[in-house]
Design a protein around this ligand. Sequence first.
Ligand code: HPA
Length: 234
Amino acid sequence: MTIHIGAAPGDIAETVLMPGDPYRAKWAAETFLQDAKLVNEVRGMLGYTGTWNGHRVTIQGSGMGMPSLSIYANELIRDYGAKTLIRIGSCGGMQDKVKVRDVILAMTASTVNSPSSGIFRELNFAPCADWGLLQAAATAAAKRGSATHIGGLYSSDVFYDERPDLNEQMVRHGILGVEMEAAELYTLAARHGCRALAVLTVSDHLGTGEALPSDQRERSFGDMVEIALEAAFS
Ligand code: HPA
């Protein structure tokens, strides 16, 4: 048991999928895992452990934003021995070629600021995905026929952004999408020798203003869970 996770030692698998929304963790565990058992409900940040094709998996909500994800990822890695952490979530599309419903596999995650910025000071650390996971996810996504983009992501500190110039620079530099968690996950994984990846569905588009209707969100979320599970165990 840690400050924010009530699971008993051994209740958390080495492979953890991390959606931002705790109810997505519940849905994914009930839909894709066998024998899913609730292992955390502290602060309503639900976590479940079960098996997928015989492999033990935990699906633990991360909350929104890097400070929240950082709490859960730190405790999962340092106290429960998690080794592979895959964020599954949504992002805003930033390039014309990126369409709503497409999948983005984040090779890198740029930030203005993250909970880890303090330790890097003047250094611009480049948070990047685990290559083996990224390659396996690309193969899994191709097999499913999902329209997929692989490249840079922008992990923003804010959803209600008052600095449109930052988004403009990200678009100008080829960044595929914006979300709020991946850079800290990649940085923590690097620090602790773990594997990390972010698999995102484009839920809205900053250029066109298009947004995925809520009845279609579940299906595209399911695609991401399957891509993440296949990547983790391939
Ligand atoms: N900004 C930040 N995070 C997001 C967005 C966005 O536009 N869409 C989905 N997650």
